[in-house]
Design a binder for this molecule. Structure first.
Ligand SMILES: [Fe+2]
Length: 595
């Protein structure tokens, strides 16, 4: 952390007058800033107007749904988003964007002794490869924080034109084995229904995270579907960031890459928008920073992966035709012809899987780690029939590692529903069926270690997979496969690439659905009532005397939020009402039980 010796000095008299004026209009806000020890350190505050202030949490900018037409783009922070640094007990990164280039972008944070520390923000920028818009982002890493402590902060810049600089607060992770809560979902989108796959539920989903007040949230890929709105990608990201800010400014939101984070002309894998916006723990793998990472909170190691690297199915960036996608002239980029997609399988050349193996091996030799929770977007165990289904690539590349190192829990997105597997270990060979021919084919079906839904599962015996693509996008996929011959759940599996192929219409291309199916004997529970919800995880470290630790999982769903429920056909609309669908408990022995 960089200390600015001037940060705590009294501010200039004229600016102080502005503060007084502003606080008169909004006295609670002055109380917050003063209480946080930040008031005297805010050098630019303009009077008039003002956002509503809260005693805790962040001040929230109104949702921006349009471009900055009519106002000169300046350095006003927006899309504020927190992520853990390398050590969640002592580090936090605040990231934000601004409509134009910020002058002297910075963060001010109070340390526990009351001293205000100024952290200059690092600038990262890119120019969108389709519409030519330049995106300005800023990242301020706070280090040397105390564990299990609350901090207030302000982000601003010399050309911040907001009535008041944005302020928020967060809590660092506890050190050692301690109870904590995290939440998760993926496939969030934005509340701005002008955008493809956006839907009003995404605002309620963010509010749901806040309602459970987790230490942090896992966002399991397919963040905003900007790639499906290719000529306006930066605007979609902006609406997404401003919607998330209502929670992500108060606690870390840890994302992973999905198939819809791929964008044409934005980097070699199309990840530039994502990689520019988020500052994520370093994976130490040259050339692949930000694509996968790990961090430890309490007795849990969280491993965030990019399954684009191993899945057979194609990515989200795709031009179906008949017209080409024409980038703005300013980009200098040529038209993207129909039939073009970004196929990413194998992009790291095995580097990610090698990193994963190293990371898991170290974790299982670390007495401070009991649980391993993996986050990835695409799915090894999904039986959605309207969705994508499962992917053999994950089963081939990563499930053997999950078995060897006893990964306890895998959290996915991708299919917009909720599905839970029994604990699985190993695979049943050659029990799949090729859909085109009806012939047996290899799907490496994950083998359930039990098919009794007892509600308590020892994950040292098998890995539980959860599909949590239930954030807020407009296309719920809560319809599930059934083998009518035996009444068992049935899953589709991609066992080969589904690259674009010509259709019968000239210049129009399509991509095939999953090519195989299997009886999904690993499927334990599927929510047919809605495609929307949030999973809440409460970690209990247990005691050395007991020798076991547990995670209580509750899944809350938003019944009635499906625009059209695929099972019942009933029409619905976005709702703030999240009710409990199910609860279950995971247990495992503590790794320090013999020490
Ligand atoms: Fe997806």
């Amino acid at each position: 952390m960089t200390t600015n010796p001037n940060a705590a000095d009294p501010i200039a008299a004229n600016t102080d007058q502005q503060l007084v004026n502003n606080s008169a209009a909004d006295p609670s806000r002055r109380q917050l800033l003063a209480g946080a020890g930040l008031l005297a350190a805010v050098p630019v505050v303009r009077a008039g107007g003002g956002r509503s202030a809260q005693q805790t949490g962040s001040s929230h900018a109104p949702l921006a749904t349009t471009s900055t037409a009519g106002a000169a783009p300046d350095g006003t922070p927006e899309q504020i988003h927190l992520t853990w640094g390398s050590d969640p007990t002592t580090t936090m990164v605040a990231s934000w964007a601004s409509p134009g280039q910020a002058q002297q972008p910075r963060l001010l944070v109070n340390n526990p002794s009351g001293k205000v520390i100024e952290v200059p923000a690092a600038e990262r920028t890119y120019t969108d490869g389709i519409n030519g818009e330049t995106v300005w982002t800023y990242h301020a890493e706070m280090t040397g924080l105390r564990p299990d402590s609350t901090y207030s902060y302000v982000v601003t810049a010399d050309n911040d034109s907001s009535a008041e600089p944005f302020s928020g607060s967060f809590r660092t992770a506890p050190s050692g084995r301690a109870p904590f809560r995290f939440t998760s979902f993926g496939d969030l989108a934005t509340p701005n229904t002008a955008w493809v796959l956006s839907y009003g539920q995404s605002a309620f989903a963010v509010a749901a995270v806040e309602s459970f007040a987790p230490l942090f949230h896992l966002l399991n890929g397919d963040l905003c579907y900007a790639d499906l709105n290719p000529t306006v990608q930066p605007q979609v990201w902006r609406d997404f960031g401003n919607n998330n800010q209502a929670s992500a400014a108060n606690r870390a939101w840890m994302p992973c890459l999905g198939n819809h984070e791929t964008e044409f002309n934005n980097g070699s894998q199309g990840f530039t928008s994502y990689l520019t916006r988020y500052s994520l723990p370093d994976n130490g793998v040259h050339g692949f920073s930000g694509r996968w990472y790990s961090f430890q909170v309490g007795n849990v190691l969280f491993v965030s992966l990019d399954a684009d690297d191993v899945v057979y199915q194609d990515s989200g960036a795709f031009v179906g035709g008949p017209g080409a996608l024409i980038p703005a002239t300013s980009t200098g980029n040529p038209p993207i012809e129909p039939g073009t997609s970004l196929y990413l399988r194998g992009y790291s050349g095995g580097a990610q899987t090698a990193w994963l193996e190293r990371t898991l091996r170290h974790a299982r030799s670390d007495d401070s780690i009991d649980w391993i929770v993996a986050q990835m977007h695409q799915i090894a165990c999904s039986s959605s029939v309207t969705g994508n289904g499962s992917d053999l690539g994950i089963r081939q590349e990563w499930l053997p590692l999950f078995d060897r190192y006893e990964v306890d829990l895998v959290l996915n997105g991708h299919d917009h529903d909720y599905e839970r597997s029994f604990p699985v270990r190993g695979a049943d060979s050659m029990v799949g069926t090729e859909i085109a021919t009806g012939q047996p084919t290899q799907t490496l079906r994950p083998h359930p270690v039990t098919t009794t839904d007892s509600g308590v599962f020892d994950t040292s015996t098998g890995t539980v997979h959860l599909v949590l693509g239930c954030g807020g996008t407009s296309a719920p996929l809560d319809e599930y496969g059934l083998d009518t011959s035996d009444g068992l759940p049935q899953a589709k599996i991609f066992t080969k690439p589904n690259r674009p192929i010509p259709t019968g219409t000239p210049n129009v291309f399509a991509r095939a659905a999953a090519d195989a199916h299997e009886d999904a004997i690993w499927s334990a529970r599927r929510d047919t009532s809605t495609g929307y919800g949030i999973a809440v995880f409460d970690v209990d470290p247990g005691s050395p005397h007991e020798g076991t630790t547990s995670i209580t999982v509750r899944y809350f769903h938003a019944v009635g939020a499906d625009p059209t429920n695929p099972t019942s056909g009933s029409k619905g609309s976005p709702t703030a009402d999240y009710t409990q669908f199910e609860t279950f408990t995971l247990t495992r022995p503590r790794s320090d039980r013999h020490s």
